[in-house]
Design a protein around this ligand. Structure first.
Ligand code: PGA
Length: 249
């Protein structure tokens, strides 16, 4: 059985008191579930979030990290720093990191390696842009992102990898991939992993869908056989909406 996960990516939203408030609301609203539930506040609020959620089943995760352990990298945060406050999972490769901060596949491969060295879990994001899909290149683009970012890993390291397919054209736009488009791509991702590794690795890895998942469409998207949950942006900033999406899994 694959792990089901619903993760909220708060992006650059919520100051300290707002973070504490939203976590309090979530604690009162989230349904019981066998799925893993995660929230990713900003770096400055991670420590308070870890403290506040101690003893709950909600895991606090980071939105990014640097590949080095320490050193002259002004403004950056390392795996060691995250782990020292109780963070064991990091989102890497989000399309906003790729688009606005120049993170390319080669850099992401180094970040993935840093996470593996630290025995952290990675939620690895990837997905095509609208122009890729229009040109019919979406499978090729996704295959390359996987190859360049992850396929240097050993088979055993895949137990620390969660995938998040996020078509860039669906992020924050209100436009979602149709459940069939999501299923089609998730099945392709599994096939690609099976070819590079083996069937078991492909069948065991959790693949999340991300991009305008809302309470209204979560059920249908999550009903697809190769969709194991969601990475939620906008809707994760509202406790009731996030709780409804968790209920849908
Ligand atoms: P969205 O963001 O749900 O607001 O589209 C998803 C994401 O960026 O992970």
């Amino acid at each position: 059985m694959r792990k089901k996960i619903v993760a909220g990516n708060w992006k650059m939203n919520k100051n300290s008191s707002e973070t504490a408030d939203l976590l309090t609301q979530l604690t009162g609203t989230l349904p019981n579930t066998t799925a893993e539930v995660m929230v990713a506040p900003t770096f400055v609020n991670l420590a308070l979030a870890v403290k506040q959620m101690a003893g709950s089943s909600v895991e606090v995760v980071a939105q990014n990290m640097h590949f080095a352990q320490s050193g002259a990298y002004t403004g950056e945060i390392s795996s060691n720093m995250l782990q020292s406050i109780g963070i064991e999972t990091v989102i890497l490769g989000h399309s906003e990191r790729r688009a606005y901060f120049g993170e390319d596949d080669a850099l992401l491969a180094k970040k993935v390696d840093a996470a593996m060295d630290a025995d952290m879990r990675v939620i690895f994001c990837f997905g095509e842009e609208l122009q890729d899909r229009k040109a019919g290149d979406h499978f090729k683009v996704v295959e390359n992102q996987l190859k360049n970012g992850l396929f240097h890993l050993e088979t055993t390291q895949w137990k620390k990898i969660v995938l998040a397919y996020e078509p860039v054209w669906a992020i924050g736009t209100g436009e979602t991939a149709s459940p069939d488009q999501a299923q089609e791509m998730h099945a392709f991702i599994r096939k690609t992993i099976a070819e590079a590794y083996d069937q078991e690795t492909a069948q065991v890895v959790t693949i999340l869908y991300g991009g305008s998942v809302k309470p209204a469409n979560a059920n249908e998207i999550f009903s697809k056989p190769d969709v194991d949950g969601g990475l939620i942006g906008g809707a994760a900033l509202n406790a009731e909406d996030f709780a409804a999406i968790v209920a849908a899994i």
